[in-house]
Design a protein. Structure first.
Length: 274
């Protein structure tokens, strides 16, 4: 069958439509049959266009992804923000910040650290993360007390082994020379954000190199009598209601506590030995 040609009769238009060639379905089948013989006609599989991987489309998708990513802070960004305050405190420590050498920038740095406390329920967590030896590097009330008494208290260390806490404070003064004030007892937590201390042993060591690990070590003769007197005074002066410390910040090597009896004055410590 000859092809049928249709063309637009509107020759007056500025652009004529191209001719359309139509062939009947029967003619197409007969032509295929004549070419293939007795084999049945198998239509060609449909061709599916591949996805558009052009550069423009990729750039547009990347722009959308970037916009979506910026709509909310990622966990990586939050971690980075949290570590910034700690890095600042560590820089201050590396520059020589200590109990009696704390510039005006240390207080705000500690406040920023507290705002980024990474530990849930820091009270009971202190018994897990606090194992080892810690040293106080920021305590405004102790610095003020030193000025009043004319006595320096440095270093001030806490050693936690299990639930047993030992405190060693080196004192130096022109009036009473120098030595160590020590106490020991139990550390425990009865609330999610506080720890409590129950000291029951107190002792004094005269001289900078004569620190004993416990009040009963070498306690005989005159030293035994002194230890007994110091222990009795320490027990009488210890008030459990003043030994509750809210934990403001806690991680593996830094911690901050507050002391409610002195207007929540802060005590910041760092781990010096595991």
């Amino acid at each position: 069958m000859p092809a049928i040609v249709l063309s637009s009769p509107n020759v007056g238009l500025t652009q004529a439509k191209p001719p359309v060639y139509l062939r009947s379905q029967r003619h197409s089948q007969e032509t295929c049959s004549s070419r293939l013989g007795s084999q049945p006609f198998i239509p060609a599989p449909a061709i599916v266009s591949p996805p558009n991987w052009s550069t423009d489309s990729i750039v547009r998708r990347s722009s959308v992804d970037s916009t979506e990513a910026l709509s909310a802070p990622s966990s990586t960004a939050l971690i980075s923000q949290k570590s910034a305050a700690k890095r600042k405190v560590e820089e201050l420590l590396q520059s020589g910040t200590s109990l009696y050498r704390a510039g005006p920038e240390v207080g705000p740095a500690i406040d920023a650290l507290i705002a980024e406390n990474p530990t849930a329920d820091p009270g009971p967590a202190t018994l897990r993360l606090g194992q080892g030896t810690w040293e106080v590097f920021y305590a405004p009330h102790i610095a003020a007390l030193s000025s009043t008494l004319g006595t320096r208290f440095q270093p001030l260390r806490y050693i936690l082994e299990g639930d047993q806490l030992t405190s060693n404070v080196f004192y130096s003064s022109s009036l009473v020379q120098e030595g160590w004030l020590s106490s020991s007892g139990r550390l425990f937590s009865n609330a999610a954000d506080t720890v409590e201390v129950a000291f029951d042993k107190f002792w004094v060591d005269i001289g900078s190199t004569k620190l004993r690990q416990s009040g009963t070590e070498g306690a005989s003769g005159a030293m035994g009598a002194v230890d007994a007197a110091v222990n009795a005074i320490g027990r009488a002066a210890f008030f459990p209601q003043f030994a509750v410390f809210p934990v403001k910040y806690l991680d593996n090597d830094l911690a901050v506590f507050s002391f409610p009896p002195l207007n929540d004055s802060l005590i910041a410590v760092r781990k010096v030995e595991t």
